[in-house]
Design a protein around this ligand. Sequence first.
Ligand code: CP3
Length: 368
Amino acid sequence: MDKNGLILPRDFPELKNDNFLRAAQGDEVEHVPVWCMRQAGRYLPEFRETRAGKDFFETCRSPEACCELTLQPLRRFPFDAAIIFSDILVVPQAMGMEVVMCPGKGPTFPEPLKDPEDLQRLKTKVDVSSELDYVFKAITLTRHKIEGKVPLLGFTGAPWTLMSYMIEGGGSTTHSKAKRWLYRFPDASHKLLNQLTDVIVDYLLGQVKAGAQGLQVFESHAGCLGPVEFKEFSLPYLRAIAGRVKEKIKESGLENVPMIVFAKDGHYALEDLSESGYEVVSLDWTIDPRSARARTGSKVSLQGNMDPCALYATKENISGIVKRMLEGFGTRGYIANLGHGLYPDMDPENVGAFVEAVHAHSRQLLKR
Ligand code: CP3
């Protein structure tokens, strides 16, 4: 602690379980590491209790609350990584847009971007270190409180996914308002994607400086693009983010951290994703593990990809599904996860069964 009572990003407890970091680098592991997207979420009664009666983004702005929510799943399950509790939409907020969380409806922008003139409403210079300081504080506090149990991951939304939220104003099935920009206003689209990329690079670097030991970039809306649009409006920005963050980490004298790219439903781009500068490519459940390996080779580690809905199966069946998944991916250069986040109605016991099955089956496979 410094004299102001602030916890500083140094003298962190030593890391005890580094299986996640080793798998990300393709090194040998004791067991296949496992974590879940949305592991800090509403399926946990203790999460619902901590969140009760509080505004979602107010919770995101409280480092103490974010730290507590991040640690809750680790008290129940032997996950091999933690992901900081926050949201991808804090970035549009930092750029000057209002975002509210409407219970039952999800995130909503009262005044979404309609036409290119609306880009003037965005801040031209975003001081990421002050605007998103609360996320950095949450990461630093959590790095101390996690006591080196497992690595702590930071994250961001990717430019296209954030752009689509900023234009749609919330969730959408067609993303037609945002895709209208790509076809009608390609220059303005690139301008916005570039602005987002600049903020994201500073944001991820800030997270590493604050103590993040890995980073995941969520391109959750890759599936609504076709291969041609993905190559023009998503891939170059994903590449730029990995390249620039890694360069800045080096310049700052910090240690490299593994970066994960998750382009949901982006199976058409798997080869490109595996050569986009990330150590790990995270997969949704629509890709067969063996074909994913064949298409990416040994250049990158893979993460994923059990259908989250498989957690509605019995524990015995979960174990069988996990075994098949592990045999498909192999135990080297592999991080077990779901193909997307956990849903609020999932039984925590089955999440535990998933984690246990990954550890048990992978130890068996590694013995051979
Ligand atoms: O545990 C973790 O994975 C870390 C925390 C995390 C949250 N959001 C917490 C959260 C992460 C990594 C995110 C990322 C995020 N947020 C994404 C990308 C991942 C994905 O799902 O594809 C997206 C698209 C968002 C935007 C967002 N935030 C949505 C669509 C929702 C759900 C709205 C709803 O009501 O169902 C949120 C809210 C949110 N973010 C919750 C959590 C735990 C649930 C709401 C709550 O706690 O009250």
